[in-house]
Each structure stands twice: as C-alpha cells, then as structure tokens.
Design a protein around this ligand. Structure first.
Ligand code: DGL
Length: 274
C-alpha cells in the first residue's frame, strides 16, 4: 500500500514516546505519526474543558495528516476527552476513523497482575480526579481494592529533567510513600501516566521488591495488536512502510533534543502549532 495512512499517537508532551516505543517494537511494519503538544503541556492540572479542547485539536490534526486510527497515549486525555470525542465528535469527523485510549487496556490487564487484590494507581491530578481507573476497574476486576495518589510534580520534573536532582527524588519518595501508606497491602502499582516509566526504576527502589511496578506501554502495544487482528477493516487502511514522523507544538530543536533522551536515539521532528 502506498497511500500514507499512519497510526497517530498523541500525548501532551514526551510521555507518549514511552508508549510509541513499545507499540513500534511490537508492530514495526506500520507507519506512525507522533504528535506531542509540548507547548501546552502539562495537561495534568487543566480542566476537563481545556483538556478536551486541546485533545480534539490534536485528533483533528492527526486525522488531517491521514491517520485513520489515533491512540491517545496520555492518561489525562484518555480520562478527560476520549469518551466525548468517541461519542460526539467521531460521528462528525468520520465514521470510519477511530480513537483509542490507554486506560481501558490497562484496566483490562490489572486484574491478572495482583495477587493481594490491592492495587495502587499513580497519575496526574486530572487522571486521579476523573476516577477513570476506579470506574473501569470495577468493570473488569470488581474484587480489586484500588488506592490512587496524584503526583502533580512528576510530569514537570521529568519534562525538565529534574527527576535525578535531590529535590526531585524527594518528591518521588514522598508520593510513592503516600500511596503505600493509604494501603500497605498493595502489591501492584500501575503507572497511570505515560511519563512515569522514565522514573520506573526509582519508583521500584522506593516501593520495594515485593511490589510490581507496571508501565502501560507493553500492555497498550499488546492490546493494539489484538485490536488490529480483530478489526481487519481498520488494519487494511493502515499503511505499512515502517515510516516514523514526529510533530510537536514546541520548536523542533527543543523537541528533538528531549525526545532523543526519551527514546535513546535521535529523531527529526516538524513543528505544528494551532
Ligand atoms: N503523559 C500524560 C499522561 O499520561 C501526562 C499528562 C500531563 O501533561 O500532565 O497523563
């Protein structure tokens, strides 16, 4: 197939790159177009209306670029915008297009990961306030006891690379301990923000070896593979030339430098502003 029809991957900033990386490793033959709204990140403390408005703009941009399928690789956007976009906007934007999120795939899996049936969720204030994890987990694993804790400092720390600094580590320690204090029986922590895998090792050290710290990237990649197998009509539309394109609402120089640190290899992005 020659027509450009990449899988769109969206995040407020760099965090979605942790999902992109897992997805492209699992499905390397597909084309991908990543968009990071870095100029307007973080989304975590923004209102429902603003997250919805920004996310819808990003989805429209990715559709305009030819993506038939968009993955919101951002929990905040998945929590605050996905449902409205799916229900109200998709019928107008194109019946044959799809937008998927990261919360449902994660909550479908969590039940199989915890032995104690006590799970901790770490996310942005927006994700925690939306209660999306509690609502979704009730459907897929109703016996699981869920405790949530918001970490509003983590995304700015990671985006500004201050997570190694003493003050940064202190914030991380305080937040992990605050979660574990809410429920000492937690044996599984889900990193419900796509930025957090960057500090996974630190979280693991603080939480202790008995706690399974789970990133969403591999889960989302696995579920996307299953989705494409179950939806050949979508799979047939997607172009498979192994091309990767990156766009950011920040300047390309800034995005490229930081994205390379997230990915471990250099990239060249293009700029898009709204
Ligand atoms: N990666 C986004 C998430 O998963 C970060 C949100 C933000 O911009 O605050 O929630």
């Amino acid at each position: 197939m020659n027509k450009r029809a990449p899988i769109g991957i969206f995040d407020s900033g760099y965090g979605g790159l942790t999902v992109f990386e897992e997805v492209q490793n699992a499905l390397p033959e597909y084309d991908y177009l990543y968009f990071g709204d870095n100029a307007r990140a973080p989304y975590g403390n923004r209102s429902f209306d603003v997250v919805y408005e920004f996310t819808l703009e990003a989805v429209k941009f990715l559709f305009d670029q030819g993506c038939p399928l968009v993955v919101l690789a951002c929990n905040t956007a998945s929590a605050k915008a996905l449902r409205t976009i799916q229900q109200n906007d998709l019928p107008k934007l194109g019946q044959d297009k799809r937008v998927l999120g990261v919360i449902r795939p994660s909550t479908e899996e969590i039940g199989s990961l915890s032995k104690s049936r006590h799970v901790g969720v770490l996310g942005t204030s927006g994700t925690v306030q939306s209660q999306s994890y509690l609502i979704e987990l009730k459907k897929f694993a109703p016996d699981i006891h869920v405790s949530q804790h918001a970490c509003p400092m983590w995304v700015p720390l990671i985006e500004n690379e201050k997570h190694h600094h003493t003050a940064g580590v202190q914030f991380i320690e305080e937040d992990v301990q605050a979660l574990l204090k809410k429920d000492p029986l937690i044996d599984t922590i889900i990193l419900a923000c796509t930025h957090y895998p960057v500090i996974k090792e630190k979280i693991r050290q603080i939480a202790g070896k008995h706690i399974n710290v789970v990133s969403q990237g591999p889960i989302v990649a696995d579920k996307l593979e299953q989705y494409l197998r179950a939806h050949p009509e979508m799979d047939e539309k997607l172009s498979k030339n192994a091309q990767r394109e990156f766009y950011s609402s920040e300047s390309s120089e800034v995005f490229d430098e930081k994205a390379a640190r997230f990915l471990g290899y250099p990239i060249q992005s293009k700029h898009h502003s709204f």
